[in-house]
Ligand binder design. Structure first.
Ligand SMILES: CC(C)(COP(=O)(O)OP(=O)(O)OC[C@H]1O[C@@H](n2cnc3c(N)ncnc32)[C@H](O)[C@@H]1OP(=O)(O)O)[C@@H](O)C(=O)NCCC(=O)NCCS
Length: 145
């Protein structure tokens, strides 16, 4: 499976995937455009039959890397794409010299929590009402590198 860098040509498809995957908290075109060009960010994706079906991004601040997002088209889930993208995040963070990878995940997102735990992430704490407008708590998780 090839994990490739995202480009501005991917933006329309990213908007589509965000909407399907994250509903009310989906990033807009403006937010995605800003993210892809922001300092310290790295974004990558996976294609199937020439169409972007998964993507992930991280922010490295000079010490730790933060998972900004990870998502796979529902029609392409459970085929190992999320695993490849998370492995890319961890490898990229390590290459950048990060001491750890941090992330937030909805406490009710069993699929993502299982994926993260299988990569060695551990729950650090809980942020109350972190996700708005859904009003759902987040677990913070950490992987030491
Ligand atoms: C989380 C997500 C990225 C996983 O992507 P994926 O391509 O399906 O992941 P993989 O196929 O690599 O699955 C890896 C493992 O994660 C776990 N997993 C994935 N989806 C699962 C589900 N629906 N239920 C339970 N476990 C699940 C399984 O242990 C799976 O291994 P297995 O298929 O051998 O049992 C995907 O479900 C997704 O995009 N969800 C919506 C967006 C989201 O919540 N992103 C995370 C925000 S923090």
């Amino acid at each position: 499976m090839t994990v490739r860098a995202l480009a501005t040509a991917d933006l329309p498809r990213l908007v589509e995937l965000e909407h399907v995957l994250f509903g009310a908290s989906a990033w807009t075109l403006g937010m995605l455009t800003e993210e892809l060009g922001a300092p310290g960010r790295a974004y990558a994706g996976v294609d199937a039959d020439g169409v972007l079906v998964g993507y992930a991004g991280l922010w490295f601040d000079g010490d730790v890397a933060q998972v900004m997002t990870i998502g796979v088209d529902p029609a392409a889930q459970r085929r190992g794409i999320g695993t490849s993208l998370l492995a890319w995040v961890v490898d990229t963070a390590r290459d950048l010299g990060a001491s750890a990878v941090l992330l937030e995940v909805r406490v009710d997102n069993d699929a993502a929590i299982t994926l993260y735990e299988r990569h060695g992430f551990e729950v650090l704490g809980r942020r109350r009402r972190y996700y708005q407008p859904e009003d759902v708590d987040a677990f913070t998780m950490r992987l030491a590198l």
